[in-house]
Design a protein around this ligand. Sequence first.
Ligand SMILES: Nc1nc2c(ncn2[C@@H]2O[C@H](COP(=O)(O)OP(=O)(O)OP(=O)(O)O)[C@@H](O)[C@H]2O)c(=O)[nH]1
Length: 393
Amino acid sequence: MKLAMIGFGQAGGKIVDKFLEYDKETGSGIVRSAVAVNTAKADLLGLEHIPEENRVLIGQARVKGHGVGADNELGAEIAEEDIDEVQGAIDNIPVHEVDAFLIVAGLGGGTGSGGSPVVAKHLKRIYTEPVYGLGVLPGSDEGGIYTLNAARSFQTFVREVDNLMVFDNDAWRQTGESVEGGYDHINEEIVRRFGVLFGAGEIEAGDNVAESVVDSSEIINTLDGGGVSTVGYASEDVEVSSGGGGLLSRFKGDDSSDDGMDTANTTNRITSLVRKAALGRLTLPCEIEGAERALLVMAGPPKHLNRKGIERGRKWLEEQTGSMEVRGGDYPTNAPKVAASILLAGVHNVPRIKELQQVAIEAQDNIDDIRDQSEDNLEDLVEDDEDELDPLF
Ligand SMILES: Nc1nc2c(ncn2[C@@H]2O[C@H](COP(=O)(O)OP(=O)(O)OP(=O)(O)O)[C@@H](O)[C@H]2O)c(=O)[nH]1
């Protein structure tokens, strides 16, 4: 699947930069174009892979390139005022060559949190391609303003995009991952998970290639219908036979259709990876039961993938989610590992989102305390009534 990625704010820019690095390393071809938008000049200068001409500094008249200091109301205003500058960069994207837009942002700060929903709304008005979001939730130790920003931004962002995929920094920090170390490790995890998923739709299903290769329409159909999505992932190292040509020639050449023990081992490995991916740590932890739609992608060397395993994994996911809309397929690669990536779309039972909404509701009662934490004027952020905070859950 070919994406036009827009990294908004520091987190968004860094993650899109990582996607480009992943693309270069794996040849996955998922990033057709990459744009970074920020109010902070230093953040844009720190990017390594996004071309300089695709880095857009907005709000110069208001904040002089210094960022908005976690004021997401200001972030939203600036995005609206400078939408033409953002559009200027998007004009360089060959949109007819992309399957969808993906706007990536950390929802706890000001620039990405406030600006992403504004740009999503703008893109949806202009283009017919789907507009997806990848929103990163802050760690719970980051403080009240960040949580409140995330609660508010989540609310608006999910309404403006065709689907909001979520990664929760908090869930990853809690289990020993360090958020402090510049997020490098966490960003790699994000990119690996979403990279396998989107990369799947980039393999052409030709005559001699696997019949069940995932194509981009299956990813789009799974995301279609909106709501919140989460991704599970599990992998296991395997041996890749040496020699042979590129990806497809090796795939075509492998007609030994490993039977007997090999088939059983392959099938068992796939089914156990599917369980690990679905029941392990999701990008946004939640109950998988009740997910409206799901897509299973099995990536790996063709001789380690088989139809039976994928079909069993898919059926198991149907049972666990209770959804009748579970798709599955393979993604042949040369990497010496087999990986299961599972997209669960339209999830409802998400404790972290409920917690965030609660925080936003309580903020209405504790507005004086919260104001003390910041010079920012948060009044407008919390003045909406409680009902508006709960349209999805
Ligand atoms: N996963 C991940 N999360 C990040 C990263 N950088 C920041 N965050 C998270 O994203 C949130 C928003 O931070 P930034 O992206 O720096 O904020 P911004 O959008 O640039 O907005 P301002 O700094 O307020 O102008 C933070 O609260 C963190 O939770 C990153 O590289 N990776």
